[in-house]
Design a protein around this ligand. Structure first.
Ligand code: 9MR
Length: 552
């Protein structure tokens, strides 16, 4: 009985370790109301630090009562044991511990390239595979969609080889490709690049340029007469049907189709092509001009067709449908203004409600924060203030979280791990701009949470931390379904806990507190898929944590 009580506590610690001068918090899950005495011992069993835990009460997201133990004073690199309430955890202190994570997270994109062989010398023999969808030439969906609406074809095929597969499926979506690419290019623009980052970014940029509708194209959407869609971007190129799992991409038997152009995709192209034009301006002026030209065409096309939304009516791929594109207009205008300094764009930006509002964390349906980040990067104090206001909210939320993470609003949705990472990115920007180190703790805590400091005590990042994710919903890393296929490579991030996961996953999960609604199960795409827009902020945040770990 006594032993059972003692063992009731559990210690949760981040799996990548901590830098000597960084905040180091352990979460202790215990029903004990009073502070617990904790001790840190070194490998020789000597007590090097001790203290009392701070009871935080019941953490609603986790569904359990927690304490926090602050080990920040532990600064000497090494491996230690934390003892508290009868539970034991391992603490690692060292320099540069997040660097490998940042690089592996970036390698995720190489692994998921379409159109080229993925070679053993880059990814290791286990993950090497032949090229998927090389020489991909696709024409437009024509005929009846799932809702009985009839779509015309188009008189052309586009050569759309390349880019990255979106996620576990082999779709390539301009909306999601756009924000993922923005996140990587933003690192370059902020001078926090990684080896190989620009080459990887260019692989996607070139693909996005190919998705642009040729000049002189008229297209009759089901709802109206033919309109000029030249310069718009097709929403996606994808399989006509959902393909089976597992499915190595080179064995995909099905036809690939272009889906109708949308305003959101067009604005994603206008935005990232403008960003690309800035990033490549001195590195490759000719490519930068190509990007600038495509951005300008896309912008004009979006102004001509400002409300063409993506229908959720085609099987074989995700919808990425978004009823409000005002934030995409704001984002694209910001990127174009940073490129062109055009006065009319400036007026449009400052008149937008998105310029005045505290933004939501960025994500494919919400891109205002990306526009604000670019405006801030180019010296706009108002935009900076908006993002710092968002960071203030996240920092306050993290202070109340037993796990130190910026839990706010509907956090534990599909892709919750990336919701947290995108908040961490805003916190990191606020830390950079203000020099205020209190924004840093929740950024560090977010990576700790993802790698094991969470109520499941497991890491959502393959290859890192305790009992890491191995079996994502992915057609090639399908070891969870067929042992002949590889498990997830190091640095791949699971979408994470989803408290509203749909019927199939809900049946497997049963009742769960939001932070625990997760399984390492390849079938459960709503909580264990991987995706470019989730791994991109992991790269950003891990690289930031690495580059800034020693205070200046
Ligand atoms: O990440 C997307 C999530 O926000 C949506 O709720 C979900 C359902 O529409 O779709 C997710 O995106 C998926 C996309 O539609 C298809 N490729 C895999 C993506 C990640 O699960």
């Amino acid at each position: 009985m006594i032993a059972a009580l003692l063992l009731a506590a559990a210690i949760r610690i981040g799996g990548v370790g901590a830098a000597p001068l960084d905040p180091k918090i352990a979460t202790i899950e215990t029903e004990d109301r009073a502070p617990l005495v904790w001790r840190v011992t070194d490998t020789g069993g000597r007590v090097v630090l001790s203290g009392r835990s701070v009871p935080m009460g019941r953490d609603e997201a986790a569904g359990r009562a927690v304490h926090r133990a602050d080990l920040t004073a532990l600064r000497v690199p090494g491996t230690y044991r934390l003892n508290a309430g009868g539970a034991i955890g391992e603490v690692t202190i060292g320099r540069g511990l997040t660097r490998a994570l940042a690089r592996d997270a970036l390698r995720y994109f190489h692994h998921n390239r379409a159109g080229v062989p993925i070679e053993a010398r880059v990814v290791g023999a286990r993950w090497a595979r032949p090229a998927g969808h090389p020489r991909e030439s696709a024409t437009c969906f024509a005929g009846m969609d799932e809702k009985g609406v009839r779509w015309p074809g188009c008189g052309y095929a586009l050569e759309v080889t390349g880019g990255w597969y979106d996620a576990g499926d082999h779709g390539k979506y301009v909306v999601n490709g756009g924000i993922a690419l923005w996140t990587l290019l933003n690192m370059a623009e902020r001078g926090r690049t990684l080896p190989g980052l620009l080459e990887e970014a260019r692989w996607e940029m070139e693909f996005l340029l190919r998705m642009q509708v040729p000049a002189g194209t008229r297209y009759a959407f089901p709802s109206g007469p033919a309109v000029d869609v030249s310069g718009m971007a097709h929403h996606k190129v994808a399989d006509a049907r959902w393909t089976a799992l597992p499915m190595r991409p080179d064995r995909d038997p099905g036809p690939r189709l272009l889906y109708p152009p949308t305003t959101a995709a067009t604005l994603n192209l206008a935005a990232v092509a403008a960003q690309g034009a800035r990033v490549w301006r001195t590195i490759d002026p000719a490519f930068a001009r190509r990007c600038a030209h495509a951005s300008a065409r896309a912008w004009r096309a979006a102004l001509r067709n400002p409300a063409v939304l993506a229908p959720d009516a085609f099987t074989g791929s995700g919808a990425y449908g978004d009823a409000d594109v005002s934030d995409e207009f704001f984002w694209a205008a910001a990127e174009r203004h940073a490129l062109t300094r055009d006065r009319a764009l400036r007026a449009r930006l400052t008149a937008s409600p998105h310029y005045r509002a505290t933004p939501a964390e960025p994500g494919w349906p919400a891109t205002a924060a990306l526009g604000l980040a670019t405006l801030a990067q180019h010296g706009d104090g108002e935009a900076r203030a908006r993002l710092v206001a968002a960071a203030d909210g996240y920092r306050a939320a993290a202070a109340h979280s037993g796990y130190g993470v910026p839990v706010a609003g509907k956090t534990f949705v599909w892709g919750s791990n990336a919701v947290l990472l995108n908040r961490a990115m805003i916190l990191a920007l606020a830390a950079d701009w203000s020099g205020d180190r209190t924004y840093r703790a929740p950024v560090v805590a977010t990576l700790d949470y993802l790698t094991g400091r969470n109520p499941l005590g497991r890491s959502y990042v393959a290859g890192y931390g305790p009992d890491p994710m191995r079996h994502p919903h992915h057609r090639h890393w399908a070891n969870g379904i067929d042992p002949a296929y590889p498990a997830a490579p190091p640095g791949a991030l699971s979408g994470g806990p989803n408290a509203t996961p749909g019927t199939e996953a809900a049946a497997v999960l049963g009742r769960c507190a939001p932070m625990t609604c997760w399984r390492d199960d390849a079938r459960l795409f709503s909580l264990n898929e991987v995706a470019i827009n989730w791994n991109a902020p992991l790269v950003w945040v891990a690289a930031w944590r690495d580059a800034t770990e020693v205070p200046r």
